[in-house]
Design a binder for this molecule. Structure first.
Ligand SMILES: [Zn+2]
Length: 199
């Protein structure tokens, strides 16, 4: 459980309910090649621990594939928040998951928008994650949930900078690496390929 807790520590955590989406995307650490959703049963445990699935509901490899598809489409949408460049493939996959969940929009008793899946099981759980995204897009908080611009990292972080222009999960790690890379590229362009520091 200590390892589990350590894994959950997110850099620049999002406020709830967006924290759920951030945690979901961060179930893989690309930088360290760690994967939490490595089997249908691990997916079942992740979803049921967050009340997105009945505890004894067995999942299949197809469910796991959809889970990873959804997760990576969300990462693509978060990266679009970082770069400003839309990602048509991420939109397409996200829409497929939304369609499978049969999301239904209505107003709740408090007259606020509510979006709920018409299905149960894994598809229902994915639908609840997708509805959290859609509601955050409606209230504007989605724009600050980003993926790190370091292609090797792509960790999800919540950008609390006043300007909303954050690009890296951690400036000291990914931002510095990117700056060093850009510096080396500039040096090799100006001085020729042999001039930059050895890497
Ligand atoms: Zn990063």
């Amino acid at each position: 459980m200590a390892d589990e807790a350590r894994y959950e520590v997110a850099k620049k955590p999002a406020p709830p309910p967006l924290a759920l989406v951030q945690d979901y995307v961060n179930t893989t650490k690309l930088l360290y090649r760690q994967e939490r959703l490595a089997s249908p049963d691990l997916l079942r445990r992740w979803l049921s621990a967050r009340r997105l699935l009945e505890r004894d509901h067995a999942l299949t490899v197809d469910d796991l594939r959809d889970a990873v598809d959804l997760r990576e489409s969300l990462r693509g949408l978060m990266l679009a928040n970082t770069t400003g460049r839309p990602n048509a493939q991420a939109v397409e996959v996200f829409n497929r998951i939304v369609g499978d969940a049969g999301l239904r929009a209505h107003l709740g008793p408090d007259a606020r928008p509510a979006i709920e899946p018409c299905t149960s099981g894994a598809r229902g759980g994915f639908g609840m994650i997708a509805s959290t995204v859609l509601l955050a897009m409606i209230d504007g908080s989605w724009q600050r949930l980003k993926a790190c611009a370091n292609a090797d990292c792509q960790w999800s972080f919540y950008d609390r900078s006043p300007s909303g222009s954050g690009t890296w999960c951690e400036m000291a790690v990914c931002g510095s690496r990117a700056k060093m890379r850009a510096y080396r590229q500039r040096r090799s362009t100006v001085d020729g390929p042999t001039a930059g520091p050895a890497s």
